[in-house]
Design a protein around this ligand. Structure first.
Ligand SMILES: [Zn+2]
Length: 287
């Protein structure tokens, strides 16, 4: 086992490139290396990571949300509120996944994609930057920022793909464009929900079904409140959430859109970039 005590690290050399290690990251249980070698290792696994993530983890939010909605039908009033809250949490998580992917692909030339995705933390500027870019540039411009062309450009750009693959990529891009326009239409709700969620991150949220003891105001029937300490002023924030079927249906639609966007964007991105581009940090623009 390597000796990673501070005194030992001063003299340690990267086993890959021989440079002095200023900052050690584990590759595996046996190897350690410098940040530059670690990033080069990450670039070598970026494509596989994206592919696996799109097929598996990115679906988690919609699977959990739909399971909660099915369970709601058979639950009593108290449990319905808790399940509804979980649906809201999946919306925040799905939107965070998508905005994290946006920033990771936007910064792909500077930071390996795995590092961009896993290191993403939702905060107010990150949520506002995403919705601002979408509002100012529109869906096509946003697609370009993801490193993706319009559907009509696929045939000219992707000669390394066969006809069937080009058709699949065109369809994924067309669906992503339509979904980005739908995201823009719920900007007010989405940005507000995400910014307030981002402001509360790091703190604890507690769910209550009555607020008269706190604010003197009763919650209307079918609503539930998430309590959090305010970061702006000394006080407790009361975030009221509806648990009726129509509102929850809209939230589940939002999760569905975000999940589909993550999967389509990744599918098109991995299909349109060849392994050498992943390895060299996307210095070349087209395959
Ligand atoms: Zn190295």
């Amino acid at each position: 086992m390597n000796d990673l005590s501070p005194a030992r690290l001063i003299d340690a050399l990267c086993p890959e490139c021989g440079r002095a290690i200023a900052d050690v990251r584990s590759f595996s249980h046996e190897e350690t290396g410098c940040v530059r070698c670690f990033d080069s290792y990450l670039r070598g696994v970026d494509a596989e990571f994206l592919d696996n993530y799109a097929r598996c983890g990115a679906r988690g939010r919609i699977v959990v949300a739909e399971a909660c909605v099915r369970a709601l039908v058979l639950s009593d009033v108290a449990d319905r509120k808790l399940l509804a809250m979980t649906v809201y949490e999946q919306f925040i998580a799905a939107a965070t996944d998508f905005i994290g992917l946006y920033h990771a692909l936007l910064n792909r030339r500077d930071v390996p994609i795995v590092r961009g995705v896993l290191g993403f933390r939702l905060d107010v500027p990150a949520a506002a930057a995403f919705f601002g870019d979408l509002a100012h540039g529109g869906a096509i411009e946003l697609l370009n920022r993801f490193g993706l062309p319009c559907p009509e450009q696929v045939d000219a750009l992707a000669r390394h793909l066969d006809r069937r693959e080009r058709k699949q990529v065109r369809e994924a891009l067309a669906e992503a464009l339509a979904d980005l326009e739908r995201v823009e239409s719920f900007r007010d709700v989405g940005e507000h929900a995400l910014v307030s969620a981002a402001e509360r991150l790091g703190g604890t949220t507690a769910l209550v079904d009555g607020t008269d003891w706190l604010s003197g105001t009763r919650l209307p029937a079918g609503q539930v409140a998430a309590l959090a300490l305010s970061r702006q002023y000394p006080g407790v924030e009361i975030n009221v959430l509806s648990t009726d079927e129509e509102t929850l249906g809209a939230v589940v639609d939002g999760i569905d859109i975000m999940t589909r966007l993550v999967r389509n964007v990744i599918f098109a991105f991995v299909s349109l970039h060849d392994p050498s581009q992943f390895h060299d940090g996307f210095r070349r623009t087209c395959p």
